[in-house]
Design a protein around this ligand. Structure first.
Ligand SMILES: [Zn+2]
Length: 370
């Protein structure tokens, strides 16, 4: 009986807290009627959550002359989580609040090398980021690290890293200098997690990460499908052109060497797309034309197997809005079954989705404890 009471109490608290996560503010009456709870239960929980510093009085509501009801809202920055996106040439730092919103980010140029001094420098960049933003260290839940490598479900063990050459003790190297709890994630999986955060209704979906490498993440009934060996959704290594371009994986003709963002620009995609919109340079237009055809072929391969929505994300995905109709047209032209291409979507989380997705891991874990 006691355990039943405890579970019921926790269930109510967690429901009330979730309500604040999804609404700007609420009065006690709002909570009682929306969640079907009694006012004393709501009052007790409001006190409890206020004592924890998780919600606060935000104002009052009501007609002039009548009794005004106090409104409460989330203390979004009661806890924060940090995220890193580690690539060959840069390290991005982000901080996200309990709403999952990015409250600060910084992109730093730093050439990757698997040395002690590199990991020390990454930690130093992160510490500077924390100091510059005056983040209270006690509020930091942890650091999620997105890397272009495959990571076991323990979020610690790297088992495939041809792009950068992370070694088995990567976790130890990061934790040697970073003074917070850390977890590592495959970049595409982290990015997809951020996408799912803003689009909670996503069910069957394949997320294609179009960044300096091409990755993917597959959601079935809203849950990540990891495969038998945590190697699912590796769309970057579908053979697109037999005997084609050399892929970093050792094979030839994979999707990656055709759709990696570096096919468009080495380090300035914003500049590339600004120029693409106005250029008449045939070489650039021709390269873009082929890039879109390769993209359409990749999309239709995934669609044929999974029959699900496909989200175009990553660095390139953030710039595709003006080209979405063209992408749909090209895809439809080579589709066997589809009569429209509305299953192709663009990512909602446009910037720093890898670092943010990695950081959101800690936010999501924390919310589950309430
Ligand atoms: Zn490959």
């Amino acid at each position: 009986m006691e355990s039943f009471d405890f579970n019921l109490r926790k269930f109510n608290t967690s429901n009330i807290y979730s309500y604040f996560l999804n609404h700007e503010d609420a009065t006690k009456t709002d909570l009682a009627s929306s969640l079907n709870l009694t006012l004393p239960t709501v009052t007790k929980n409001i006190e409890y959550l206020s004592d924890l510093g998780l919600i606060q009085v935000s104002g009052s509501r009501g007609q002039t002359g009548g009794r005004r009801a106090i409104t409460y809202s989330l203390c979004a920055e009661a806890k924060i989580s940090l995220g890193l996106d580690i690539t060959k040439h840069h390290v991005s730092c982000v901080a996200v609040d309990l709403n999952g919103k990015i409250i600060s980010f910084k992109r730093n140029w730093l050439a990757f090398e698997y040395t002690d001094s590199y990991f020390k420098e990454v930690a130093s960049l992160l510490n500077t980021f924390v100091k510059d933003n005056n983040f209270d260290e006690k509020k930091i839940l942890g650091v999620g690290i997105g890397i272009p490598a495959l990571v076991q479900s323990d979020n610690r063990t790297v088992f495939y890293s041809r792009i950068m050459g992370f070694e088995e003790n990567t976790y130890e190297m990061f934790s040697k200098y970073i003074p917070y709890d850390i977890s590592m994630f495959n970049d595409a999986k982290a990015s997809c997690f951020a996408e799912k955060w803003v689009n909670k209704e996503i069910q069957n979906t394949f997320y294609i990460l179009l960044s300096n490498n091409v990755g993917g993440s597959m959601l079935i009934n809203g849950k990540v499908y990891s495969g038998n060996n945590f190697r699912s959704a590796e769309v970057g290594h579908i053979t697109l052109v037999p005997h084609g371009r050399q892929c970093y994986c050792g094979q030839c003709g994979c999707v990656d060497p055709y759709l990696a963002a570096t096919n468009l620009s080495q380090d300035d995609l914003a500049g590339y797309f600004a120029n693409l919109a106005v250029t008449t340079d045939e070489k650039i237009l021709d390269n873009w034309d082929r890039y879109l055809d390769y993209m359409a072929s990749t999309i239709i391969n995934v669609r044929a197997i999974l029959d699900c929505d496909i989200i175009l994300g990553g660095y390139v995905g953030a710039y595709l809005e003006p080209y979405l109709d063209d992408i749909k047209r090209r895809t439809l032209k080579i589709s066997t079954f589809d009569s429209d291409a509305d299953f192709i979507k663009l990512c909602s989380y446009k910037h720093e989705s890898i670092a943010a997705g990695a950081a959101l891991h800690y936010i999501s874990q924390f919310i589950k404890t309430i």
